[in-house]
Design a protein around this ligand. Structure first.
Ligand code: ZN
Length: 394
């Protein structure tokens, strides 16, 4: 799979609904057909492969993730969960194991959200949290619509993107952080996903020739942004508790060394397990922003773009991941997920758990993203036993 969209530095670039995404989907479908799975593609392009159980009136156990990537992303993010689920189904198939409940493998469309914002849009529609037509009309930087690109690559299916009853949802994923490696653990069971607050900040200044314009009386939008960005960076230490805060994107206009910047846009991302703390932090930094804007005479416009509350996973399933790891002899850790996943939306409609394995050096969303093969195997083993247990529950 990593050969599709491979980058010279060892990563992949497989943005959603591009030709590379189509090739990866074609390959995934080929593998699903080898296991005689019942294949279904829905109107969001989500791909499902179903394996019958002894009693198909029982709701299925579902497992999967995504095969789209970030621009110059890594080979493991998302793909490990899809390949791990495929490996589980192959193992069950080759050993002629039957289960009471059906098992469904899934590849969710556009988890990353880097071509079409927001992320996790297709699991969001499937779970009923987001509107299908709204998702269809998302556009990329070239003004291309989600739905047109979905049709173009031939993956706008006919099945409705609508939730069905799911007995348990597992998502196997790389940790994308440094904690498992630091603690010397192999399996992580996140107790849930942190809350995420996204804001967009627009500043206005006054453009002028940089040479003849004295320093006093300037309205430099980039200097205002610079002060604000540091306030965001200082926020977690100031607020205490479990929190991260980041400015990851900035546009400066006209972006010329000869002109005082008169327009800046930047983003703010605040995450915490504690929703109230994140809200209080946002209110706090917002006051700082307004004070800085006033001091520098740069009018500010603030847009609260996206907000999800923290999501605790199903306690029984989280416990099962930890117990299974212990039975198989893998050191494990109950932790948090600092990243959003399709599991966030699935968690709203079904008992959900995730299985994490270490990211070497804690690096992710970069080409050097890597995980030891032994650890990949360990995670897939935990996934296998978790799925089998859930699939044999009455
Ligand atoms: Zn992912």
């Amino acid at each position: 799979m990593a050969k599709i969209g491979a980058t010279p530095a060892g990563g992949v670039q497989r943005l959603t609904l591009t030709d590379e995404d189509k090739q990866a989907r074609d390959l995934f479908l080929k593998w699903l057909r080898q296991l005689d799975l019942e294949i279904k593609i829905d109107e969001m392009g989500n791909i499902f492969g179903g394996r019958a159980g002894n009693n198909n009136d029982l709701s299925p156990v579902m497992s999967g993730s995504h095969i789209d990537s970030q621009p110059k992303g890594g080979r493991f993010d998302g793909t490990l969960g899809v390949m791990g689920s495929l490996e589980v189904l192959r193992t069950i198939h080759e050993n002629n194991i039957s289960t009471e409940r059906p098992i469904v493998i899934v590849d969710w469309t556009n988890e990353e959200g880097s071509r079409f914002a927001p992320p996790m849009v297709a699991s969001g529609v499937w779970s009923g949290a987001l509107d299908r037509d709204w998702a269809y009309n998302r556009t990329d930087l070239n003004g291309k619509r989600f739905v047109d690109e979905l049709v173009r690559i031939g993956y706008k299916g006919t099945a409705p993107a609508r939730k069905q009853q799911i007995h348990a949802y597992y998502e196997y994923h790389i940790e994308q952080g440094p904690i498992l490696e630091r603690e010397g653990k192999i399996i992580g069971a996140p107790k849930g996903i942190v809350c995420i607050h996204w804001c967009d900040i627009y500043l206005e200044g006054e453009a002028n020739q940089v040479g003849p314009t004295p320093m006093e009386g300037r309205h430099d939008a980039l200097c205002a942004a610079a002060e604000m960005i540091l306030k965001v960076n200082e926020l977690p230490a100031k607020m205490g508790g479990n929190m991260v805060a980041t400015v990851g994107e900035i546009e400066n206009y006209p972006n010329s060394r000869n002109i005082i910047p008169d327009k800046v846009h930047f983003t703010v991302d605040i995450r915490s397990w504690d929703d109230d703390l994140a809200l209080r932090a946002w209110e706090d930094v917002r006051k700082d922003f307004e004070a800085i804007a006033a001091k520098r005479g740069c009018p500010i416009r603030i847009e609260e773009t996206w907000r999800v509350e923290h999501a605790p996973f199903d306690r029984k399933l989280v416990r099962r991941v930890l117990d299974t790891a212990e039975e198989l002899g893998y050191p494990s850790l109950c932790m948090l997920s600092g990243a959003g996943h399709d599991a966030s939306y699935m968690n709203q409609i079904a008992p959900t758990a995730m299985i994490f394995v270490p990211s070497i050096g804690g690096r992710s969303h970069v080409e050097v993203e890597n995980t030891r093969w032994e650890d990949c195997e360990a995670g897939a083993n935990v996934l296998l036993h978790g799925i089998l247990q859930s699939a044999n529950e009455a």
